[in-house]
Design a protein around this ligand. Structure first.
Ligand code: ADP
Ligand code: MG
Ligand code: ZN
Length: 613
């Protein structure tokens, strides 16, 4: 331990306090209690009996009790209530008992050894052991110093340049994010150049986006490109058992980073420590708050020209404390979005490099079908395809493997064991054709690509896969209405054909309602309310929770409008199916027999002239 080092490790004090308390308890309560447990109390007559039989070797008379030891080897100790017998002393003398101290026979030296020295040694060894473990968890890069003083070392993982071989070209798509990060790479290469001109590079950048889009991967790629050490720690790792530990870890992390500059510090899932501090007087999580404060202080404190860049990632930017986003801290926000069509193709290609492919594999249809999939899901699709190829005894991955894997990853494994009854299968067939037919008969709806009634483990009994041509970012009001009609199409077919309804439409109902509600509350598509936001959306990267921001009467009105909207589309869908009832029968029968039909087959049957009647 260097003399200049400030003694700033709080947890060591906590440990010392715990040890002191335990030792005091040991000496004041536990040891005496333990000793007195060996003294059994007997009644006076037993005592007299033992006296007359000369069984007593030693006695000690105290105010209320007589303590005595019998003559057995080793001696047993007793006590009895003193009844104030005047002849007692003489009788004891006659019986040959010695008058000595019976209780508290331990010498001061023994007390010192058992009460203090031994426990201290034990605690020291425990302390050594724990801190050794902490150090070994940290990796061997920085141990050293007195192990007892190493509590609260940050256990950030360090990737030295040679081990981080991830480069920007390993991250497909995300061109915008890469471009923004490129500047940081230039800076890390030549911090002096920036310092000379007086430019200050951003200290921190925050990668923001939904899960699995490659935020962690991008951070690693920055380190790989810049060829500098990379300290990586997850936000949750700061929150530890002991209060003060997190703050001390932050301090330590920054100290190490400054020593290793230029380098990158990466805090993954920063929302675990960076949540907004609540203004209330009573704080529920003091530890987290202390850690956050320490992080803010460190970010302000360190010298930006040294070449330390702090990257952080989160999928919940809305919950972050505004102080974190202030200039000088994470002032640069880098959006990492779900990949678009070209991005998906590129990601598939990157991951397909790791597997053996058939010559004729075309990624475009795969990427098209997997609209909305994240990078992580696409990586999973390629892997699932490889697994499937092995299962089927092939040496390479085919187009079909990939196609099938999309459904495995997106809709859950095909469930071969779950068998629908014939009647159920028929209902599901009509239901799915209902969706598809309503979609196909509305001009603006995307063509159907695949319809299946093979159940999935995800719980869906069948589904209709619709694929948009290219990606759609804007939906017109008409398109949304048609989408709602398509969702209701399944239930409509059940009503029309079986005159009864089933539970199978629950997901459709949910989706239709969501869309209809969003039309009114978020998209301003209701003529009565116009462009008024009636709902605020939080947590937009994780599914999106929304909360109403309007008066109760308005909320009731919204409900009425939503009900009317869905009802209207339901009636429209019903009419479409009624007008095309013959085709509905024909298609449903075909699906029932084949279980899976492609979009082409569907369109072919639909375009065939009606033969019957
Ligand atoms: P996040 O941190 O955003 O949740 P990760 O960076 O951990 O996501 O991504 C998980 C995995 O998904 C990566 O290891 C990689 O295999 C794959 N992946 C995600 N996005 C991409 C991408 N743009 N290019 C290539 N692979 C990607
Ligand atoms: Mg991550
Ligand atoms: Zn349905």
């Amino acid at each position: 331990m260097g003399s200049a080092k400030k003694p700033d490790r709080k947890p060591i004090y906590i440990y010392v306090i715990i040890v002191a308390v335990v030792m005091l308890l040991l000496n004041a309560v536990i040891i005496p209690a333990f000793k007195s447990r060996n003294i059994s109390e007997v009644d006076y007559s037993t005592f007299l009996e033992m006296v007359s039989e000369k069984q007593i070797s030693a006695a000690e008379i105290q105010t209320d009790y007589i303590y005595f030891a019998d003559s057995s080897e080793p001696a047993r100790y007793y006590k009895t209530a003193d009844v104030g017998d005047p002849d007692l002393v003489q009788e004891l003398k006659n019986s040959g008992a010695k008058f000595t101290k019976v209780i508290n026979k331990t010498s001061p030296l023994e007390t010192l050894i058992f009460g203090w020295v031994l426990p201290l040694v034990v605690f020291y060894l425990i302390g050594m052991y724990i801190s050794r473990k902490l150090i070994s968890r940290m990796g061997d890069s920085f141990g050293g110093g007195n192990p007892m003083l190493s509590f609260g070392k940050s256990n950030a993982k360090v990737y030295v340049p040679s081990t981080t071989s991830i480069k920007f070209h390993d991250v497909a798509g995300e061109e915008e994010a890469k471009q923004l990060l490129q500047e940081l790479v230039y800076y890390l290469h030549e911090p002096q150049k920036y310092a000379d001109i007086g430019a200050e590079c951003p200290k921190g950048a925050l990668l923001v986006g939904p899960p699995g889009t490659g935020k962690t991967l991008l951070a690693k790629a920055v380190a790989g490109e810049a060829n500098v050490p990379f300290f990586s720690i997850a936000g949750s790792e700061f929150v530890e058992m002991f209060v003060g530990m997190g703050a001390s870890k932050v301090r330590d992390l920054f100290k190490e980073a400054e020593k290793n500059a230029p380098c990158i510090v990466f805090i993954d899932e920063i929302d675990t420590i960076g949540k907004k501090r609540d203004g209330g007087a009573i704080s529920t999580n003091d530890e987290r708050e202390q850690t956050l404060n320490q992080l803010l202080t460190e970010m302000d404190g360190f010298d930006g020209s040294k070449g330390v860049i702090i990257l952080a990632a989160t999928n919940r930017p809305d919950v972050l404390d505004p102080a974190l986003l202030r200039p000088g801290r994470f002032d640069r926000r880098i959006p990492v979005e779900l990949p678009d069509l070209q991005g998906r193709i590129d990601i598939l290609k990157v991951h397909a490099k790791k597997v053996k492919l058939a010559d004729n594999v075309n990624f475009e249809p795969i990427a098209k079908t997997a609209a909305g999939a994240s990078g992580a899901e696409l990586a999973n699709i390629v892997n699932e395809a490889a697994l499937r190829a092995v299962r089927e005894g092939r040496r390479f991955v085919t187009q079909e493997d990939l196609q099938e894997s999309i459904e495995v990853v997106i809709a859950g494994y095909q469930k071969k064991t779950r068998v629908l009854s014939e009647k159920e299968k028929l209902v599901v067939a009509y239901h799915e054709i209902g969706h598809a037919l309503v979609a196909a008969k509305q001009s603006n709806s995307a063509p159907v690509q695949k319809i299946t009634i093979i159940p999935r483990t995800s719980g869906a009994l069948g589904y209709t896969l619709q694929v948009d041509e290219g990606d759609k970012y804007l939906l017109s009001k008409e398109e949304i209405l048609e989408k709602i009609a398509t969702f209701t199409g399944g239930r409509c077919a059940e009503e029309l054909i079986f005159h009864s309804i089933t539970t199978g439409a629950s997901n459709d109902i949910e989706q239709a309602t969501k869309l209809a509600r969003a039309m009114v509350t978020r998209y301003g598509m209701d003529p009565e309310f116009g462009m008024i936001a009636l709902e605020t959306q939080t947590n937009m990267y994780l599914g999106g929770d929304s909360s109403l921001a309007c008066a109760p009467e308005t909320a009731r009105k919204i409900d009425d409008i939503v009900v009317a909207l869905v009802k209207q589309q339901h009636d429209k869908a019903y009419q479409i199916l009624k007008d095309n009832e013959i085709k509905l029968h024909e298609l449903a029968k075909y699906l029932y027999e084949h279980e899976t039909i492609t979009g082409d087959e569907f369109m072919q049957i639909l375009d065939n002239p009606v033969t019957q009647i």
